[in-house]
Design a protein around this ligand. Structure first.
Ligand code: PMP
Length: 356
């Protein structure tokens, strides 16, 4: 059966990436060794990680005032590592609360200091983005989630941070569009959506913001030490970094972030037009804040959700169920998703609508 992969993460990857990654498991670059069998300090792997780090900078248009790290522990570990490295002892930081991931980030920051919540959208189940808020002058940074994977909202402009350094969790929309990356002090993302396989976490840091907390930082969690060691403080997730490299090369070859955005817009336009037009379904978030990556919706009559999911299952549509914390329906349409899969889903939704 042909599958259409709407998983939210880990999620769809380009076929070419999967093919090259599987070849490298058997024989990496004709070495007669698997990528899984080579040391991380060999020139074979240092070339991989250096090219991957350089491609992140190139795609984001960043200069050498930024460093790129490939770490482990997922975006969730960054919820902790960011305040540990950047929230000064006795200081405070501002956190936008517009989804479950941002809320988790706040909990971690509270361990290290004062996390002031701004732009809180919990009053309406995070179904919109609150763009007007004030950041206290004494805040060391403003943290936001650029795309709310679970709720299906996305920032379509930068949050107004003023002079406060901006920090973004871009886990679910990194490399999906050009953005003012250089307006950020730090960007992080788990790789398992648009940037490769689970196991690698990308962290992009403006060097000058580090070393100011007055805190004794555990060496393995210290960004400065990771930068000095060129992401090799300990064994990096070798295979996951290689899959990221293949994915980054693919993005560049396809036309970079401008092309990724064009495709994302085309997929989202197709999907949301159907969602707005069909009687049986209804969207869950404000139109202007809709995510191009994760579309959340439901059926107007709750009883129709299960039969629709069953129809999806019969037709090879994977990952259409909403996140366990919010329910409903959700489709994720990351970089590697062909528009033909969105068309197939829209056709199925239209057929379902007609039958009701
Ligand atoms: N932030 C966002 C926006 C996410 O979508 C996710 C996971 N899907 C996370 C953080 C947590 O990532 P991880 O599981 O890699 O820790």
């Amino acid at each position: 059966m042909k599958r259409h992969n709407f998983n939210s993460g880990p999620s769809i990857l380009p076929q070419e990436v999967l093919r090259k990654a599987s070849e490298a498991i058997i024989d990496f670059n004709g070495l007669g060794l698997s990528i899984l069998e080579i040391g991380h300090r060999t020139p074979w792997f240092t070339e991989v990680i250096e090219e991957a780090r350089a491609l992140v900078k190139e795609l984001m248009g960043l200069d050498d005032t930024y460093s790129v790290l490939f770490l482990q522990g997922g975006a969730t570990t960054q919820f902790m590592q960011v305040p540990l490295n950047l929230l000064p002892v006795g200081g405070q930081a501002a956190y936008i609360k517009n989804g479950i991931w941002g809320t988790k980030a706040i909990k971690e920051a509270e361990v290290f200091g004062k996390a002031v919540t701004v732009g809180d959208t919990s009053d309406r189940n995070h179904s919109y983005i609150q763009k007007n808020f004030t950041v206290d002058e004494g805040s060391s940074y403003l943290h936001y989630t650029s795309n709310n994977t679970v709720e299906g909202t996305q920032w379509h402009s930068l949050p107004a941070a003023g002079d406060t350094p901006l920090i973004a969790d871009m886990s679910s929309d990194i490399f999906s569009r050009p953005a003012a990356f250089d307006k950020h002090a730090l960007i992080y993302a788990g790789a398992q959506k648009n940037a490769g396989a689970a196991g690698a976490t990308i962290v992009v840091i403006k060097n000058e913001i580090l070393g100011k907390t007055g805190r004794n930082i555990s060496p393995i969690l210290d960004y400065q030490r990771h930068i000095k060691a060129a992401s090799m403080l300990n064994t990096p997730p070798v295979f996951a970094v290689y899959v990221s490299l293949l994915t980054l090369r693919w993005i560049k070859d396809q036309g970079g972030l401008i092309e990724m955005e064009k495709r994302a817009q085309a997929r989202a336009d197709l999907f949301y037009a159907a969602l707005d037009q069909l009687d049986v379904f209804k969207p869950l978030v404000e139109k202007e804040d809709r995510s191009l990556m994760n579309a959340t919706f439901t059926t107007k009559n709750k009883d129709l959700e299960a039969p629709f999911l069953e129809l999806c299952k019969q037709n090879g549509m994977v990952g259409v169920k909403g996140h366990r914390s919010v329910g409903g329906l959700r489709v994720s349409m990351y970089n590697a998703m062909p528009i033909s899969s969105v068309q197939a889903l829209v056709d199925l939704m239209t057929e379902f609508d007609k039958s009701k």
